[in-house]
Design a protein. Structure first.
Length: 217
């Protein structure tokens, strides 16, 4: 139990290293929470700072998710060995913790991003085979509807469904992680949902027009 709590705390602290805010400081003190949508995630970084800035934001945010579930969770900490069951639950604890750290970062006044890139990294470290359907649904949703927020929510739901359909001894921890992640992604995109309902949500025009162009043929 102690090992699980320690790993969860370390995962949260790791998640609190928010890519856009770190890169912004290295680029002269830019705080993208004061620009565009006000979110500290990759989409706002791309819209306000360009591709190079957004690339490094994604590298950091995806990377910390992978480190949390791929390296931290299975690591053996000093002290008495934990039961195998706790190691299985460490993946869920670290995955959820790193996302919470990204959304509510300790180092940045509890104002972070929406957790999508960090979730991608966490899935890559925990169950990479489940990443394919998640990303496929995200891409298809962006092409079909043009809303990145909606695509992110549907991607999270897809991860939860794919985890529920999986098999293996670690299924329960994986499903727990997936369901909590999907709920957190939906929660962090509540403002996007409000704007979509109001008809004021901006679209990812290039990908959406690609889908719209196919429909007209």
């Amino acid at each position: 139990m102690t090992e699980l709590l320690v790993k969860a705390v370390l995962g949260y602290l790791l998640g609190s290293i928010v890519g856009s805010l770190l890169v912004g400081r290295l680029r002269g003190g830019i705080d993208i929470r004061r620009l565009g949508s006000g979110n500290a995630g990759g989409t706002n970084a791309l819209r306000t700072q360009g591709k190079a800035f957004a690339f490094w934001v994604l590298v950091i945010d995806i990377g910390k998710g992978w480190v949390a579930t791929g390296l931290l969770a299975p690591a053996h900490l000093p002290g008495p060995a934990a039961p195998p069951l706790w190691h299985a639950w460490s993946v869920a604890a670290c995955g959820i913790a790193v996302m919470l750290g990204h959304v509510y970062p300790l180092w940045h006044g509890l104002r972070g991003g929406k957790g999508v890139a960090t979730l991608v990294g966490a899935v890559l470290g925990a169950a990479p085979i489940l990443l394919a359907p998640m990303l496929a649904v995200w891409l298809l949703a962006v092409i079909a509807f043009g809303f990145v927020g909606l695509a992110s929510i549907l991607g999270g739901v897809t991860f939860a469904l794919a985890a529920a359909a999986s098999h293996g001894p670690a299924r329960a921890p994986l499903v727990t992680f997936a369901v909590v992640s999907a709920l957190l992604i939906a929660f962090t995109h509540r403002s996007n949902i409000s704007r979509m309902l109001a008809g004021t949500e901006p679209r990812a025009r290039r990908l959406w027009l690609l889908g719209a162009g196919r429909k007209r043929r």
